[in-house]
Design a protein around this ligand. Structure first.
Ligand code: SF4
Length: 451
């Protein structure tokens, strides 16, 4: 069976007697949540890459995926066979699909032992204790505004990581009409700044040098915390406390990209010159139907301000093609916006309805073959622009942070978030080095170490 285990799932972190295998689907938030679950269980379970030898398997699901529920049941059907061989095996489902299905999941898959949503995952230890005492079918899929993200005092599951994510907030208040997040991850909840600082401190002590702050809409960080802190002031605090790290964040909503936040790119030495700013569409009509609260001119104005403040910043984005009601003209406006901004990279998807969202009920859905054709043309355009953007680094010297080494091949990253591959020794991992960029590829650069 092919499982989508992340790299950090492949390392045994303790000599704990039981084995844990986590299958993670979806975004960086899910990756972070899987890491949190592994940290909570440290000492009781060690991670194993091998499904067959696991005592506990957790499937961390993502409902952004098309037909996510159907795919989950088909995966669970395959995992059921492992339970037949090893009746002591415990099987849990976490994440957004778990949140949506709740106890209904037990009706279709009675061999699943527990179901936990993005807030409920922090009760994992309690639920496992219950199962050990003989309880059956335990779940926690509550979403409350009173929820607080607990601080977990445990080292990273994988030693030697140079990059790490730190969640600063969970949930979203925006209700874009295509998106399921506010329904499955709840409303926005920010973590106290002291927890974030403590977590970064611990990561830096473990050798992490490149930190990405995570949240569905990091720009609105601080809402509801009860004291005077917003996202720019959080960035400033981190910059002051850890002047030697590289700092990044994702995801930003264009409507909340304030001048103060843009100014951070020129003021804060740790903040890397890269912004992921999802635009979704270039058509004002479609942006309105998506409930995005900005129009294409406002988006372009933010990009202009960013480039004025930080001329060499790289900008990446997300795009949806074939949103309900998207005409050929609307689509053309998206292509024009791509040409105007010249993104370094774009993650483009065909729209597909998510049950429970407003857009799923729109009656003017676009034909599948039209969506496919539009996506192909859009990707052709973006690939050409992306390569041109990458080519501007050819023949230049860049400072890169080396992240890993495999068979004398180093993988490093520029401050602008380009991956750079080159020959080199493993003792360079974790170090900043100067590299001559020889060649640009579609999504990476080829470099040579300068001595
Ligand atoms: S901002 Fe919109 S797309 Fe992003 S998570 Fe919130 S609702 Fe979803």
């Amino acid at each position: 069976m092919k499982s989508l285990i992340r790299e950090y799932d492949q390392v045994s972190v303790t000599k704990a007697p039981k084995r844990l295998h986590i299958i993670t689907f979806g975004c960086q938030m899910n990756e972070y949540d899987s890491q949190r679950m592994a940290q909570m269980l440290m000492g009781r379970y060690s991670l194993t890459p091998n499904l067959e030898e696991a005592d506990l398997i957790i499937v961390n699901t993502c409902s952004i995926r098309e037909k996510a529920e159907h795919k989950l049941y088909s995966l669970l059907g395959r995992l059921k066979r492992l339970k037949r061989k090893n009746p002591a095996l415990k099987l849990g489902v976490a994440g957004c699909v778990a949140q949506q299905l709740g106890d209904r999941l037990f009706e279709k898959a009675p061999y699943v032992d527990f179901v936990i949503g993005p807030q409920g995952l922090y009760r994992l230890v309690e639920l496992l204790d219950g199962l050990e005492q003989g309880d059956l079918h335990l779940s926690d899929v509550q979403l409350t505004k009173e929820f607080h993200i607990p601080y977990i005092d445990a080292p990273l599951p994988r030693k030697g990581d140079i990059r790490a994510f730190v969640t600063i907030m969970q949930g979203c208040d925006n209700f874009c009409t295509y998106c399921i997040v506010p329904y499955v991850r709840g409303r926005e909840i920010s973590r106290p700044a002291d927890h974030i600082i403590r977590e970064i401190e611990s990561l830096v002590e473990q050798g992490v040098r490149d930190i990405t702050l995570l949240g569905q809409n990091v720009n609105s960080y601080g809402k509801g915390l009860g004291h005077n802190i917003d996202f720019p002031s959080l960035l400033e605090r981190i910059d002051n406390s850890f002047p030697d790290i590289r700092l990044r964040f994702t995801t930003s909503h264009p409507k909340d990209l304030s001048d103060e936040l843009i100014d951070c790119f020129s003021r804060l030495g740790t903040l890397c010159e890269h912004l992921h700013l999802p635009v979704q569409s270039g058509s004002d009509k479609i942006l309105k139907r998506m409930n995005r609260h900005y129009n294409s001119s406002q988006y372009l104005e933010r990009v202009e301000r960013l480039r004025k403040t930080c001329p060499d910043i790289t900008i990446t984005t997300d795009l949806i093609v074939g949103f309900p009601g998207e005409s050929q003209e609307d689509y053309q406006e998206t292509l024009e916006l791509i040409k105007a901004v010249r993104f370094d990279q774009a993650f483009a998807f065909k729209y597909s309805p998510r049950p429970g969202t407003a857009a799923a009920k729109f009656t003017d859905q676009v034909e599948e073959d039209v969506k496919s054709e539009r996506l192909t043309r859009l990707l052709e355009l973006q690939n050409q622009i992306g390569l041109e953007q990458y080519k501007r680094f050819e023949g230049k010297t860049c400072e890169v942070l080396v992240e890993k080494c495999q068979d004398s091949r180093l993988t490093a990253r520029t401050r602008w978030n380009h991956v750079v591959n080159m020959e080199g020794d493993s003792d360079l991992v974790g170090r900043l080095i100067n590299v001559y960029i020889e060649r640009a590829c579609h999504h990476s650069l080829i470099g040579r170490i300068l001595h």
